[in-house]
Design a protein around this ligand. Structure first.
Ligand code: PLP
Length: 418
């Protein structure tokens, strides 16, 4: 229970006090929860000799969060050259960063190559172009095993129509390119989506990748991506990482035996590592009763947290200002001029105007998908680390809204109406 003596605590710090200090809306992250999740996954796979976890940093890319993972010995999974640069700034060695883009141009792949990071290739066109320029650089190939996983088609990326990876059925074509250009394939990769909770389904995809791996003699690692799910509501479905660790670990070790080399086992979780560490704190502007519902309208919206509208994601909501209040039913909505519902028919302890609501699981894909829609500022971010709260992203101002706009002089001068 996150309430202690009636106060909502984040990493041992009183959340209401954080709002007083840093104002709302506010994203707050607890480093201890991230560390716990990182240790959970490394422990689950401790039967594997060479294990590497790469934090998929698109989930939460604040440089301070990257520094934490770097200190803990984690690697980094990146999807853009800007994420690579942030990772380097955070202190990751180039070799500890893997660059796994999708549908980027050759120029960007070459830029990442120049920065010295590991390159993961997800289509045959780039494989041919890259291989012609840099046949000497070992690379990783992203394979799509075509396993349908996850309940949401927007985040399931392993299916047959998916744009991600090179189809498992095209491996013979890949092998021809590899042999024609004399390429060295050091890794095979798959990432089937963001919603796998059935170890059996995951293991099926693993089998497909292992079968392909037998055809590549120079491998140093196998990267099984992510898709590990964390519970978003009480009793919600989650990946049983301990069970997966036991079963996949055994299978992987047996494969290494037959392959004749101890390969490195890689994963690249995002959500699993940071989702639960995040809390989004918003203030109730108005409580509005209509003939059908009671709305709690808050000082935020889909500009700050788009997951409920984008993916029908569930984020648990708690009224942390009035925890002992009478339970009532609310629709919690934002202030954006567009339907932006955070939660429908939520039972909350009575919400009064001014009350602070906390949205849970706000670490992954929350701030990172925030925008300036309606010309509103994006929220500040705070990291609670070892009992201390630190501002890690300041609140925006009008300078941030207007800073990249270019005002045209011809339109500034007074004009005669047409
Ligand atoms: C987004 C992404 C991940 C992380 O997915 P989660 O569901 O957040 O764990 C891993 N690998 C790749 C290539 C990704 O694009």
């Amino acid at each position: 229970m996150i309430f202690s003596e009636g106060r909502y605590q984040i990493g041992g710090v009183d959340a209401l006090q954080l709002v007083e200090q840093f104002q709302a809306p506010l994203y707050v992250y607890d480093s201890a929860t991230m560390l716990r999740q990182y240790q959970r996954i490394t422990k689950a796979f401790d039967s594997v000799k060479r294990l590497r976890i790469n934090y998929a940093c698109k989930a939460l890319t604040n440089v301070n969060v990257l520094r934490l993972f770097q200190r803990w010995g984690c690697g980094l999974d990146t999807v853009s050259v800007q994420e690579v640069e942030t990772g380097l700034l955070a202190g990751f060695a180039p070799h500890d960063i893997i660059y796994t883009p999708n549908c980027v141009g050759l120029d960007e792949v070459l830029e990442a190559t120049a920065l010295g990071v590991r390159i993961n290739i997800d289509n045959i066109s780039i494989l041919e172009q890259f291989g012609a320029i840099h046949p000497e650089i070992p690379i990783c190939i992203r394979i799509n095993p075509h396993i349908m996983a996850g309940g949401n088609s927007k985040i399931s990326v392993g299916h047959i129509d998916s744009k991600f990876g090179i189809s498992i059925h095209q491996v013979p074509h890949v092998l021809k390119v590899v042999s024609a250009l004399g390429l060295k394939i050091e890794g095979l990769h798959m990432h089937t989506g963001s919603d796998i909770y059935d170890a059996q389904v995951f293991l099926q995809a693993v089998e497909i990748l292992l079968r392909a791996a037998a055809d590549f003699p120079d491998l140093d690692y196998l990267d099984f991506g992510s898709g590990f799910k964390v519970p978003y509501q009480e009793g919600g479905i989650a990946t049983d990482i301990e069970e997966l660790g036991e079963r996949l670990g055994a299978r992987f070790n047996a494969f290494c035996e037959s392959y004749g080399r101890d390969l490195e086992l890689m994963f690249e979780p995002g959500k699993f590592l940071v989702s639960e560490a995040g809390h989004f704190l918003v203030r109730t502007n108005v409580v509005k009763t209509t003939t059908a519902s009671v709305f709690a309208g808050v000082d935020s919206g889909l500009n700050h947290l788009i997951r409920p509208m984008f993916y029908d994601a569930y984020h648990h909501i708690t009224n942390i200002s009035n925890p002992e209040g009478k339970l009532r039913i609310y629709n919690v909505v934002g202030y954006i001029c567009e339907t932006d519902t955070f939660g429908i028919n939520r039972q909350l302890s009575e919400v009064r105007e001014g009350d602070i609501l906390a949205l849970a699981n706000a670490g992954a894909y929350c701030f990172m998908m925030a925008s300036n829609y309606n010309s509103r500022y994006r929220p500040a971010e705070v990291l609670v680390h070892e009992g201390q709260a630190h501002l890690i992203r300041r609140r925006e101002t009008m300078r941030d809204i207007l800073g990249t706009q270019v005002e045209l002089d011809v339109l500034k001068s007074a004009s005669t109406p047409v």
